[in-house]
Design a protein around this ligand. Structure first.
Ligand SMILES: *Cc1c(COP(=O)(O)O)cnc(C)c1O
Length: 433
């Protein structure tokens, strides 16, 4: 194709020559790295296909079940596909699991009993888990049921505090929760390698402790997953990486048979477990989403790296930085001013396939101590494997950026964010392109 068509189309969509040229320059510098990401995606694609072939996925798997959902072939086969793909003994993959927090709460509440202790050796968990655990008092929390909680923070350099972990693991320690992604904190995201190191250490202190990994945003970023390095259970959301952008709802738990069984009895009912739970009309999207997930994740990763390099070159602090290795799909950029944060989000929104004509505005979101601005023009509401950005309107004006169902959309969104900053004279790219 004549390269001309592409240039013209960007221009027609509102990307100025200066912004486009700067973007092209940055992208060219990243090709080698993008090649590595493609190789990981290729490997993971084969892993998914292998699991589907092994379990004889067939057209009947996509037919709808309703009512109790006894003998739901599609659901049962999909759960075996997940188990094989992520190297677990069993899996629970259900539309009845409403989101990531629900999946994590389910895994915790079903595998802990009154008197047990839960330990997080990697610092404070994701915000929504504070109420699940009872760090912030809440109705129905683990604390209300007599499950206690302990936390060991990471060292200032991001390393594990092995001595403090040794002291924290006691007779009542039943389950250790390890959050792979940094989420919206500034600590480093954990590589699968480091998760393995931590699990080996914990198991050396107490062999029968259950090691659970919050796998949100981490699926398919690397060749290995936490179950490959000794985790007993991984937990995640289907409207993030694993659903490939197609799953409209859902969550998963994969791991040791007993852990998954406990979760199933809690999700439905003692005595019923995995036997009930109709998959309704969504099961085909679960299969297709998983099939596409390695490619979708690779696009989101390229977008995060592209954004990091663009904004780093312009002098903004970025976490992770432009060159470090990636273990999740989240990119944080410190924009330093409310104007820049708002412009950034307006650009992301303006590049969306859905709701591109609305302009995001800061609002007082419940649970936050400052106004928050969010940009998302998504096919699935709240889906953060789709291109999205948000940030609290307070210093240092960080924006958290993630997703992109295709690399091309991620690229367009980032260029559009830059365009908005450029138009407001909040960046100086003229000398860089
Ligand atoms: C998103 C996320 C969750 C919670 O998932 P929801 O689907 O938003 O409830 C938990 N942990 C991490 C690390 C996450 O990124």
């Amino acid at each position: 194709m004549d390269i001309h068509y592409r240039d013209k189309k960007y221009e027609a969509l509102g990307i100025s020559k200066e912004v486009y040229r700067f973007g092209e320059k940055i992208e060219k510098e990243l090709w080698e790295r993008f090649g590595k990401i493609d190789e990981t995606a290729e490997y993971n694609q084969l892993k998914v296909i292998e699991a589907m072939q092994k379990n004889k996925v067939c057209a009947e798997c996509f037919s709808m079940s309703n009512g109790y959902g006894y003998n739901d072939l599609g659901r049962d086969t999909l759960e075996r596909v997940y188990a094989d793909c992520f190297h677990g003994e069993d899996a629970l993959v259900r539309p009845q699991i409403t989101c990531g927090t629900h999946a994590l709460a389910l895994a915790l509440m079903s595998n802990l009993r009154p008197g047990d202790e839960l330990l997080s050796p990697v610092g404070k968990p994701y915000d929504t888990l504070e109420e699940v655990i009872g760090i912030r008092p809440s109705k129905g929390s683990l604390a209300e049921y007599g499950v206690t909680y302990r936390q060991v923070d990471l060292l200032p350099d991001g390393g594990f505090d092995f001595e403090a972990i040794r002291q924290a693991v006691g007779e009542r320690t039943k389950l250790v929760t390890i959050q792979r992604s940094k989420g919206y904190q500034t600590r480093p995201t954990l590589s699968v390698e480091r998760i393995g190191e931590l699990i080996r250490f914990v198991k050396s202190l107490k062999a029968d402790v259950i090691c659970m990994v919050d796998n949100c945003y981490g699926e398919f970023v690397e060749e290995r997953e936490p179950l490959d390095v000794g985790a007993d259970m991984i937990v995640g959301s289907l409207i993030k990486n694993a659903g490939g952008g197609l799953a409209p709802i859902g969550g998963y738990i994969v791991g040791k048979k007993e852990c998954v069984e406990n979760a199933a009895y809690r999700l439905t009912s003692p005595g019923l477990g995995k036997e009930v739970g109709a998959s309704l009309n969504v099961i085909q999207s679960f299969y297709q989403g998983l099939f596409l997930a390695p490619l979708v994740v690779s696009g989101a990763l390229k977008g995060a790296i592209f954004a990091a390099n663009i904004y780093e070159r312009l002098g903004f602090p970025v976490i992770p930085n432009g060159s470090e290795s990636r273990h999740d799909i989240i990119q944080a950029i410190t924009l330093h001013s409310p104007e820049a944060l708002i412009s950034f989000c307006k650009g992301i929104q303006a590049a969306a396939p859905v709701d591109s004509y609305v302009a995001p505005e800061p609002w007082a979101m419940p649970g936050y101590d400052s106004e928050v601005i969010m940009a998302a023009g998504a096919f699935v509401q709240g889906s953060s494997i789709e291109l999205s950005a948000d940030g609290p309107l307070k210093p240092p004006y960080n924006v958290y950026f993630q997703g992109g169902l295709t690399w091309y959309h991620a690229k367009f969104g980032i260029l559009m964010s830059l365009q908005k900053l450029y138009e407001q004279k909040l960046v100086n790219i003229d000398m860089l392109c």
